[in-house]
Ligand binder design. Structure first.
Ligand SMILES: [Zn+2]
Length: 270
């Protein structure tokens, strides 16, 4: 499916000012028709170009209300029936919004510029229509910035490695404390992703070593009758003192357990 707002191949030449945000080259052309004018190329375009609302027949406010219901975990029907919409329409809006958010995430977060400090990662079951899948996700604890999420039918090393790659893409450095809840795959995945070739001037493939600065802590939960009765920490990589520094520099979750991540996920997944 072509992205909304992108010109098809063979269309008019792209504007020389394309992609240069914040330069003030775009101003309102018509309030009534909701069109903007580019002062560089002199062309006009719909004000919704490049947004999920491009060429939608319904008012932007309605689309936002419906999408917000779904975002907070309401079932699809809660976005369909009260507004006399077609289920396929709402599904298409959701698809567009998801693709747009993914692009924004790649553009803003996955650029290797985030000082992560402390990362919390975990997995949970997600119910989809007719199936359940695992969602692995990660968050930078101090800023509560969502770093990425990956879905898979299996909770395996491939799932965790895909998540760790998303974390790595956003990170400005690997000097971070990673807190995970007891799954050994994380240790393997981080060791696999966060390592660089060490060139010693010898011929052949250089050895890969884990970059310095990465600290890993595992939170081990003990449960009784499906309730967590105690948690303890295990330093997997680095020292306990360095781990403590990382945690207290974070959001104050002294036990390192990804509570915030869970709360955020329950809001977004539903
Ligand atoms: Zn232009």
């Amino acid at each position: 499916m072509p992205q909304p707002g992108l010109r098809p191949a063979g269309g008019p030449r792209p504007c020389p000012a394309r992609g240069q945000a914040g330069r003030g080259t775009v101003r309102v052309h018509s309030q009534q028709e909701r069109r903007d004018l580019c002062s560089v190329c002199g062309r006009t375009c719909a004000a919704t170009t490049g947004t999920p609302f491009f060429r939608l027949q319904r008012p932007t406010g309605l689309v936002l209300v419906v999408l917000n219901r779904l975002r907070w975990g309401c079932p699809m029907q809660a976005g369909v029936h009260p507004f006399l919409l077609d289920e396929r329409t709402v599904a298409a809006w959701l698809q567009r919004a998801g693709q747009h958010c993914q692009q924004v995430h790649q553009h803003l977060v996955q650029q290797g510029q985030v000082d992560l400090q402390q990362v919390q990662a975990d997995e949970l079951w997600v119910k989809l229509v007719g199936q359940r899948v695992w969602q692995a996700m990660a968050m930078a604890a101090p800023s509560r910035l969502w770093l990425g999420g990956v879905l898979s039918p299996q909770r395996d090393t491939a799932l965790i490695t895909a998540l760790v790659q998303q974390v790595r893409v956003g990170a400005s450095s690997v000097a971070m404390l990673v807190c995970v809840a007891g799954l050994a795959s994380y240790v393997t995945a981080f060791r696999r992703v966060v390592r660089e070739p060490v060139r010693a001037g010898r011929r052949g493939r250089p050895p890969l070593l884990v970059e310095p600065g990465l600290l890993m802590g595992q939170v081990v939960k003990r449960s009784a009758q499906r309730r967590v009765i105690s948690t303890s920490q295990r330093v997997v990589r680095g020292t306990a003192e360095a781990g403590d520094r990382g945690r207290t520099g974070g959001d104050g979750d002294r036990d390192g357990h990804p509570h915030r991540l869970h709360r955020a996920a329950h809001c977004s997944v539903g």
